[in-house]
Design a binder for this molecule. Sequence first.
Ligand code: NAP
Length: 289
Amino acid sequence: MEMINGKTRTCGLIGNPVEHTMSPAIHNTLAEKCGHNLVYVPFFVEERQVADAVKGAYALNILGLNVTVPYKSEVIKSLVEVDELAAKIGAVNTLVRTQGGYKGYNTDMSGLQRAMESEGIRIEGEEIILLGAGGASRAVAYLCASKKAKKVYMLNRTFDKAQKVAEEVNKAFGCEIIVPMLLSDYPKLPDGKFLTIQGTSVGLAPNDNEAVIEDTAFYQKVHTGFDLVYRPFTTRFMKLVKEAGGQAYNGLKMLLYQGVNAYELWNQVEISDKEADAVYAKLKEEMGL
Ligand code: NAP
């Protein structure tokens, strides 16, 4: 990082909690690589103070903010503009300074798309199994619909949540692309091999030995498994996919590229794959790998 001086620009993260974030490693490394006089810091924001935080950040000339749990939806009412896909998803994780206020984007989704592309995984025309119907899976469902997946079987422990997301997405895209299912009904999935996106919080450290589905027969249906979880680096879901002969990836590249895409929006630059690789190495180092 350059010396902090009178010209230093500030970006940051608002959320609750923020202590475990790896975003400072992403953005401060990028600033260093790009030679930008920019610092990125976490800001802990108390409940009911999101609007004040956004207003205060604008008044302090803050260039951009990331938004994390639990404020990704709540923050929308404090913005002057919202990108079309982020508005459809109803969740924003990146605020970009514009005239009069911040514009909101969802780089979690563009980041997931870029992470998948970087691994050669395609969505268009694919039949996909999506495990989970929480905030992240809901956004994945929108991404799959917007990128023209053929069909998405959305399996969730609480069927009603999957049904609600399916209704919303199908209505937004005017088709029956999302098929909601109860998680335990996975044996009723059609025959075939699927790209499977793991969007539940099961298997997240410290519960490293858990997978949302244990049955090895299920994994015979998975040609590629993409776990949104990245802690541990190799999740149990990934192990089960690999044991059944499939390719498996974790969510660290999604985290990387949501940050890279946010950095590009704030600084109007393009980050090369080589620069992104250097940040990825830094993230692995932060994880003690
Ligand atoms: P969330 O809104 O809390 O949703 C949690 C999901 O997990 C729900 O579908 C929930 O099912 C399911 N679930 C939880 N415990 C379960 C259990 N014991 N059995 C079966 N299903 C269970 O969380 P989220 O924001 O969607 O995040 C989900 C995961 O994605 C997190 O672990 C996070 O690490 C990861 N993520 C990664 C990135 C990245 O950049 N790589 C970004 C965002 C999120 P019910 O609806 O039945 O409760």
